[in-house]
Design a binder for this molecule. Structure first.
Ligand SMILES: C[S@@+](CC[C@H](N)C(=O)[O-])C[C@H]1O[C@@H](n2cnc3c(N)ncnc32)[C@H](O)[C@@H]1O
Length: 210
């Protein structure tokens, strides 16, 4: 495998020294995108948050924006878990943050645990998004919100280029995410598109009747 492919493939599951470099890079490089995504969290004051597919920086930002909340971050990469723990050491010490290793395909959480779940730049890699979204749905409380934020809208050249390079990557369209969320049980779905970039935020809500 060429070095470029080896490096960009670290986005899928960071490992070793290249993975550590990649997580540091993503923590800085995804900040603007993630903040834009979080700006769509209108009128909710979550007490419990799950940050799925974590590098650490977005967990810290969510805790800043939601000072009443306790946050659990999850990733299946030991490098991402380690980095997220280091990034949030003070919040872990203060009892507001936990970082666990696990797979979104089978979340190690009780039913109805969270008011908010977030997924920044990660659903591209989730194995069978309907199954994973059903797991998120299961672990959300009634009324709970699932926020997905991607820099690819599934049609842009850059996203599709990386989809060809990184094994197992899938750049989803807004319509594809909408359909998968509804199939997983979410009764309300809203799509937000960035005016100038192919950025996408998709919000699903677990409605009382869904
Ligand atoms: C591109 S990185 C994004 C990290 C961070 N959310 C950000 O925006 O900078 C994708 C992360 O999702 C994690 N991930 C991918 N598939 C996963 C799965 N099935 N279960 C748990 N974590 C997963 C990867 O290990 C990686 O840390």
């Amino acid at each position: 495998m060429g070095l470029f492919k080896k490096y960009v493939s670290q986005t899928r599951k960071p490992e070793g020294i290249l993975g550590k470099l990649m997580v540091d890079g993503m923590n800085g490089g995804h900040a603007k995108l993630a903040d834009w995504g979080m700006s769509h969290l209108h009128g909710i004051t979550p007490k419990t948050i799950a940050e799925l597919g974590c590098g650490g920086r977005n967990a810290a930002e969510l805790m800043k924006r939601c000072p009443q909340a306790k946050l659990t971050a999850l990733d299946y990469s030991s490098v991402s878990v380690e980095k997220a723990r280091a990034f949030n050491a003070a919040m872990i010490e203060a009892g507001r943050c936990t970082v666990v290793r696990g797979n979104v395909a089978s979340l190690p959480f009780e039913n109805a645990s969270f008011d908010l779940a977030t997924a920044f730049e990660t659903v591209y890699f989730w194995p069978g998004i309907e199954t994973c979204f059903a797991e998120v749905y299961r672990t959300l409380k009634p009324g709970g919100v699932f926020l997905i934020c991607n820099e690819s809208d599934g049609t842009d050249k850059t996203g599709l280029k990386f989809e060809k390079i990184i094994d197992g990557m899938k750049c989803h369209t807004a319509e594809g995410l909408d359909a998968a969320l509804r199939a997983a049980g979410f009764g309300f779905v809203r799509i937000y598109r960035h005016p100038d970039k192919p950025w996408l935020t998709v919000v699903g809500r677990k409605t009382a009747d869904s």
